[in-house]
Design a protein around this ligand. Sequence first.
Ligand code: PAF
Length: 283
Amino acid sequence: MRNPTITRTQKSLRGQIWEWRGYGETIAFVPTMGALHSGHLSLVKLAKQKADRVVVSIFVNPTQFAPGEDFEAYPRTEETDVEKLASVGCDMVYIPRKGSMYNAHHATHIKVGGVAENLETDHRPTFFEGVALVVTKLLNRVAPDIAIFGEKDYQQLATIRRLVADLDMPIQIIGAPIARDEHGLALSSRNQYFDEHGLNKARKLNKIMFACAKSLSGGVPIETATQQAREALLSAGYSSIDYVSVANADSLELMKKGPIDGKVRLLIAAHCDNVRLIDNCAI
Ligand code: PAF
């Protein structure tokens, strides 16, 4: 096991990237907000298969949190994160210094339309602006050949694909499959907010989602199947549901009526014990 280099400045980040480029090496990048779990590590493992060098960033990005969300409480576990990254062969961890990402005069905003509309945006209206901004800055700083994002944040992945294509960034965006625990719960840094009881409830989400996907593919109308999933979530003790929606898997255009054919995705966001969970699957 080799410890990754830790870099905190753009200058040392660029120096290392240029050195690798000088040897003709390719670079894959995995942006994260830290609090790493095996889902993140699966992204790094995939990155290692795709490029000679892997850079992971750790930055809890304030611009993607709305007031009242968990920016302050978001787990910060830098030391164990670096150990975990060493165990999967990450070459460099970029941890920008606090305050170095947004200067005091920062006045640029990036708004992605289309795929970034509806779903998350109906409930977290500034989220994708924050994500688009930080991802653009990180991609500019790291200048990788490839960047890898998890499919758990399905709309985020679609938004980043759109952003990178629209802004002519010569970077291949790769989506990685959702990592789940042994009960099917999609891995998330926020799962650590749950106590045992909450975790049991959280683990019902994927069961309800897969049952809904099965009904939909069996021909149950979208309105009926999604309403049944909402009722099941409420009976399971979920306090509120942001959406149970069916959308075209590429355009994320919402589908109110069938037929379900082609690439279609079921997406869910619901609140369980004050934790907002998201999940999705193909239908
Ligand atoms: O998915 C995440 O962890 C974050 O939204 C990202 C892509 C690292 C941007 O802060």
